[in-house]
Design a protein around this ligand. Structure first.
Ligand SMILES: Cc1cc2nc3c(=O)[nH]c(=O)nc-3n(C[C@H](O)[C@H](O)[C@H](O)COP(=O)(O)OP(=O)(O)OC[C@H]3O[C@@H](n4cnc5c(N)ncnc54)[C@H](O)[C@@H]3O)c2cc1C
Length: 319
C-alpha cells in the first residue's frame, strides 16, 4: 500500500512500527504502519487520504488504555496525540483539540481559574481517548462538563454535535463503539481559585502515583477492570480491586505479569512479560472473582489484535 500521499502532506508514517513503543503497557508487536497526527487538520487530511485508498486503519490516542497483542496487528494505526496543548479559551468555555493531553487540559483549566478538571490531574492519555472512554476519577467523569464535540464521520463529513447526542456511561460512550473520530471538544467549567486547585492537583498526582505507580516505571494501562456496578440504585460502585484482593487474586503471577504492589486492579509487568501473560493473568483473576462472588468482572482496558487466550476472535482490531 502506497502511503506516500501522507508523507507529501507532511504527516509522519512509520512502516512496521512497534506497538510497544506507543502504549503505556509497553507491550505489543508491529502494526502495518503507524501514522502520527498532531492536530485536527492533519487528522482530517490523513483519514480522508486513507479512506480514498480503502486502507484498513484503527485510531489510537496516547495508547494508555490498550493492551496490544505480541503479534501486533495487520492494520494501519493512526495515532492522534500531541505534546503541545491546543486549547482556546472564551470566558468559562474551553475548546480543545482531541490530540491534547488530558493532563495538559487539567493544568490549563486550573491556571485559567476554571474548576472541574482538577480531579483528573495526572491521568495519562489524550482528550479524545478520555472522551471515547468517558475517563474520570473520584466519582467525576470528563463528560460532566462537556458541551459539544466536533466529529469526523465515516463518510468524511465533519459535524458538531451537542453532548446530548452522545450516550455516555461509566467508562464508556457510543463513540468508543462507532467509527466516529473526535476532532475537538468544547467544555464549560465553573470558576475556581487557582491556588486551591493547584494544591489539590499536587495532592491528586501524589496519591495517584502512590496507588497506581507511574507507567514510565511500572508499565500498565491503569485499572484493568471496571469497578462493579452497585446492587441497588442508591449504592456506590464497588472497587474491582477489593474483589480481586478478597478472592486472593492479587498474588497471582503469570509469566512476568502481576498486580502492582499497592493496587490489585493495576496490572503491571516485569521486563520479560508478554501481552499474552497479561491476558492469561487477568482471565485467571476473573475466574477467581467469579468463583468466590459469582460476579463477572468487565475489562476496562481495550485489547488490540489477536490473542491466543482470548475466547472470541477479535476481527475489528479492538475488543
Ligand atoms: C497509570 C495510569 C493511570 C490511569 N488512571 C486512570 C483514571 O484514573 N481514570 C481513567 O478513566 N483512566 C485511567 N487510565 C486509563 C487511560 O489513561 C484513559 O483511559 C485515557 O483516557 C485513554 O486515553 P488515550 O488517548 O491513551 O486512549 P487510547 O488508549 O489510545 O485509546 C482508547 C480508545 O479510545 C479511542 N480513541 C482515542 N482517541 C480517539 C479519538 N480522537 N476519537 C475517537 N476515538 C478515540 C481508541 O480508538 C480506543 O478505542 C490510566 C492509565 C494509566 C496508564
Amino acid at each position: 500500500m502506497n502511503l506516500s500521499i501522507l508523507q507529501e502532506l507532511g504527516i509522519k508514517v512509520t512502516p512496521h512500527a512497534l506497538l510497544r513503543d506507543h502504549t503505556t503497557f509497553k507491550l505489543g508487536g508491529a502494526c502495518k504502519a503507524m501514522i502520527e497526527c498532531q492536530n485536527a487538520q492533519e487528522m482530517t487530511a490523513a483519514i480522508k487520504a486513507l479512506r480514498k485508498i480503502h486502507a484498513s486503519f484503527l485510531v489510537m490516542g496516547f495508547g494508555s488504555n490498550i493492551l496490544a497483542s505480541d503479534n501486533g496487528i495487520d492494520k494501519i494505526i493512526v495515532r492522534y496525540t500531541t505534546n503541545t496543548p491546543l486549547i482556546e479559551q472564551k470566558g468559562n468555555r474551553l475548546t480543545v483539540d482531541a490530540a491534547t493531553q488530558f493532563d495538559d487540559l487539567a493544568r490549563f483549566a486550573i491556571n485559567a481559574g476554571l474548576d472541574g478538571m482538577t480531579t483528573f490531574s495526572g491521568i495519562p492519555g489524550t482528550v479524545g481517548g478520555a472522551i471515547a472512554g468517558n475517563a474520570g476519577a473520584y466519582g467525576k467523569q470528563i463528560s460532566d462538563s462537556l458541551v459539544s464535540l466536533t466529529l469526523l464521520k465515516p463518510d468524511n463529513t465533519v459535524i458538531s454535535v451537542p453532548k446530548s447526542a452522545i450516550s455516555f456511561s461509566y467508562r464508556d460512550s457510543d463513540i468508543k463503539h462507532s467509527n466516529d473520530i473526535i476532532l475537538n471538544a468544547e467544555f464549560e467549567l465553573p470558576s475556581g481559585d487557582t491556588k486551591t486547585m493547584l494544591q489539590k492537583r499536587e495532592e491528586t498526582i501524589r496519591t495517584r502515583e502512590e496507588k497506581h505507580g507511574r507507567w514510565q516505571d511500572s508499565p500498565s494501562a491503569g485499572s484493568f477492570f471496571r469497578n462493579v456496578e452497585p446492587t441497588s440504585k442508591a449504592g456506590p460502585r464497588q472497587s474491582a480491586g477489593w474483589f480481586l484482593d478478597q478472592a486472593g487474586a492479587k498474588d497471582l503471577r503469570v509469566g512476568g505479569a502481576h498486580s502492582y504492589k499497592n493496587h490489585a486492579n493495576i496490572i503491571t509487568r516485569d521486563d520479560n512479560a508478554k501481552a499474552e501473560d497479561v491476558l492469561a493473568l487477568t482471565l485467571q483473576m476473573m475466574a477467581m472473582v467469579e468463583k468466590k462472588f459469582s460476579i463477572k468482572l468487565i475489562r476496562e482496558v481495550r485489547l488490540l489484535g489477536e490473542f491466543k487466550n482470548l475466547p472470541v476472535s477479535n476481527p475489528k482490531g479492538y475488543s
